[in-house]
Design a binder for this molecule. Structure first.
Ligand code: NAP
Length: 207
């Protein structure tokens, strides 16, 4: 399958890129620096807020995977990167007649279940996450309004331990845990594209 990937140098995107290549997908990914490109996939150098870079990255793709982020927990300030880039991706997909879009989101957005996480742990111990959650709320609203076959994958806290091949998956956000390996999350994102699952849904995943 032809896949377009954004955020391929981040913790989540790196895992998606390597898993996609192992599965034999034909990947085009957007990087901000050519030095970060690696090998095995087609590379577009540019910025996710540049419509031309989005167009070049998405051209001819069967599905798009968006794993953009503001660098770990960010700086605690509002940041529009993810919703704005998602808006550009959606516009370009519509213009090119594409349908399938999978985006990284976060456990902790309303409706993702983990109420203790959202209303106790984040406000008390991880306030920097609040603008990231706000950005994901905006992103998910853009997806819902898009009429595309989108999926928002609400990720628990990522780690780079070996895959456990055991997932808790919940479109209602119930019974989710607090962590997930990037390998398991990447496998889930690719599986739902290959098997055409969870279209028009936000789904929480954890180990
Ligand atoms: N990490 C976690 O524990 C966790 C948990 C739940 C959900 N999530 C969500 O999952 C997503 C990915 O997380 P992550 O930890 O992998 O993020 P990350 O390590 O911060 O990676 C962010 C990626 O976005 C790219 N990027 C940022 N600004 C860009 C721009 N203007 N143009 C093009 N590329 C740009 C970065 O490229 P550069 O290398 O050029 O900076 C990098 O590839 C985020 O939305 C995050 O909120 C993460």
């Amino acid at each position: 399958m032809k896949l377009a990937l954004l955020g391929s140098t981040g913790m989540m995107g790196k895992a998606v890129l390597s898993a996609a290549l192992v599965r034999g997908h034909d990947v085009t990914h957007l990087v901000r620096s050519a030095k970060a490109a690696g090998s095995g996939a087609r590379v577009v150098v540019g910025d996710a807020l540049d419509p031309k870079a989005i167009r070049e990255t998405l051209k001819g793709a069967d599905a798009v995977i968006q794993c953009l982020g503001v660098g770990g927990m960010g700086d605690g300030k509002p940041n529009n990167l993810v919703p704005e880039a998602t808006r550009l991706i959606v516009e370009d997909m519509k213009a090119q007649g594409m349908r399938r879009l999978v985006c990284a989101s976060n456990i902790g957005v309303p409706g993702s279940g983990a109420l203790f996480f959202r209303w106790v742990l984040v406000p008390l111990f991880a306030r920097k996450l609040l603008p990231i959650l706000d950005a994901k709320i905006k992103m998910e609203a853009i997806l819902r309004a898009s009429n595309l076959d989108w999926t928002a994958v609400r990720l628990a806290a990522l780690n780079e331990k070996p895959a456990r091949n055991k997932l808790k998956v919940s479109p209602q956000g119930r019974t989710t845990g607090y962590t997930i390996t990037t390998a398991d999350a990447a496998a889930f994102m690719l599986d739902i594209i290959e098997k055409k699952q969870f279209a028009a849904k936000a789904v929480a995943i954890s180990n």
